[in-house]
Design a protein around this ligand. Structure first.
Ligand SMILES: *Cc1c(COP(=O)(O)O)cnc(C)c1O
Length: 451
């Protein structure tokens, strides 16, 4: 097998940020103080931070200079109109409403569309999406293809919605809204095809149900469609096609917006937009800033233009693939094929001796932190367990921040994981010592299982 190739970065570096180094003893102590919850570790004690790709992008010179153009007027800001024009052009939705981040858009939308007992279908609902639905007394139903649960099955569109599951959910529950997460974050950052979106849109339309995209990673999804389904279309054309099938989208601009904060809701219906704005004024702010500064809107507008650059996407997805291939060739169990923003380790295969009740993915993420100062994120039984039952998969997500780390950083990550893989039998499971009712992975406390 050839050595995996890292794509050349389509940029050069103008500003740098120092990385601190820590000793293994310091990290082990920090982990204990953090009660085995990596969200509680100060970033100063992290060498390579792959906790999330959300809000962690490096902004370009274009974005930094756009910040200075920010118009901070309370109403009718020039920066808003610029932002609105970019979103309209890329997504094709008439009404564009900024929010301070993605979950604010989720919260507002669900508060308008959901009553207690109503259900929402999607491929996989992301953690905040599910929590916002459940907080309204709603039911979040996952309809992703079975292929998504077979981590080494190489389906090209593992984020697909299974139409039989969708129809089943529609016949059994009071579904009021259909969604699709692009790419499917929880399921490994996997794409959804245009064909599947078209079929889902058709099913929902026949029932008169709205279809809203959770389009945080729309550009990465479009890139996979171009590679695997529609090489005849440009990234921009694919983005427009995806949106043309839906009634609206919610977006966290902290992902493919290449911004450090921000989000938006966009839709076709003037009536829905008007209701959304009325709520927005109550909790987020006036509709031309929605909880953001004018300069944030400028940074997002420039970021959305940069993210659809084919050279950027080639590098972006190539970098993720590089890390995945380095691990795969050494036999480390990962989700295949790799997704757009992260490499996912299959913790149940990595740690066969740790049963799902002992949070194998959290145990692996903690061990990786102590080993190499690499912070990752559990997506498994800690994040998603329902009524005490373990999640379907226990994954460790190595999310790659956009334009932040180089090939040698990723080599360091790969080497830490390979060292750990050799000593995997020594890694012990964890148990909860403090549980919390919602989104517990952010604040729960754990300890090592005595052995
Ligand atoms: C990040 C994310 C959200 C929530 O957005 P925030 O900006 O973090 O509030 C919703 N859905 C998906 C798929 C996400 O990745």
């Amino acid at each position: 097998m050839n050595m995996p190739a890292h794509p050349m970065e389509p940029f050069r570096i103008k500003m740098v940020e120092r990385l601190v180094s820590t000793t293994r003893e310091q990290r082990a102590a920090a982990l204990q103080r953090a009660r085995y919850n990596l969200f509680r570790i100060p970033s100063e004690l992290v060498r390579i931070d792959l906790l999330t790709d959300s809000g962690t992008a490096a902004m370009s010179d274009g974005q930094w200079s756009a910040l200075l153009r920010g118009d901070e007027s309370y109403a009718g800001s020039r920066s808003f109109y610029r932002f609105e024009e970019v979103v309209r052009d890329l997504f094709g939705f008439e009404h564009v409403i900024p929010t301070h981040q993605g979950r604010a858009a989720e919260h507002l939308l669900f508060s308008l569309l959901l009553q207690e007992g109503d259900a929402v279908v999607s491929n996989n609902h992301f953690d905040t999406t599910r929590a916002n639905i459940e907080a309204r007394g709603g039911l979040a139903i996952d309809c992703v293809t079975d292929c998504a649960y077979v981590t080494d099955a190489e389906c090209p569109f593992k984020g697909q919605i299974d139409l039989a599951k969708l129809n089943d959910a529609l016949s059994r529950h009071r579904v009021v809204l259909g969604m699709a997460t692009l790419t499917n974050n929880t399921g490994g950052g996997q794409p959804v095809s245009l064909k599947n979106l078209r079929e889902v849109a058709w099913v929902l339309r026949n029932r008169g149900l709205p279809f809203i995209l959770d389009a945080c990673r729309f550009a990465e999804n479009a890139y996979f469609i171009q590679r695997r389904e529609r090489p005849d279309l440009s990234i921009r054309q694919i983005a427009r096609e995806m949106c043309a099938l839906a009634d609206g989208c919610i977006v966290s601009a902290k992902k493919d917006g290449l911004a450090n904060i921000g989000g938006f809701f966009a839709c076709r219906s003037a009536e829905l937009a008007e209701q959304f704005k009325q709520r927005l004024i109550l909790v987020e702010g006036f509709p031309t800033y929605g909880g953001l500064a004018g300069r944030d809107l400028e940074a997002i507008a420039v970021g959305l233009e940069e993210v659809v650059d084919p050279a950027y996407l080639e590098y972006r997805v190539g970098q993720v693939r590089y890390l995945a291939e380095r691990l795969d060739r050494e036999g480390v169990p990962i989700v295949k094929p790799p997704g757009g923003h992260a490499v996912f380790l299959d913790a149940r295969k990595f740690l066969p001796g740790v049963p799902p009740e002992q949070f194998p993915a959290q145990a692996l993420a903690c061990a990786l932190y102590v080993e190499g100062g690499v912070r990752s994120c559990e997506l498994g039984s800690l994040m998603f367990a329902a009524e005490g039952r373990p999640a379907k998969l226990d994954l460790v997500r190595l999310a790659i921040p956009r334009r932040v780390y180089t090939a040698s950083h990723l080599d360091c990550v790969a080497e830490s994981i390979l060292c750990l893989y050799e000593r995997r039998h020594a890694i012990r499971g964890l148990r909860l010592v403090r549980d919390v009712p919602v989104l517990r992975h952010f604040t729960a406390e754990l300890d090592v299982v005595a052995g």
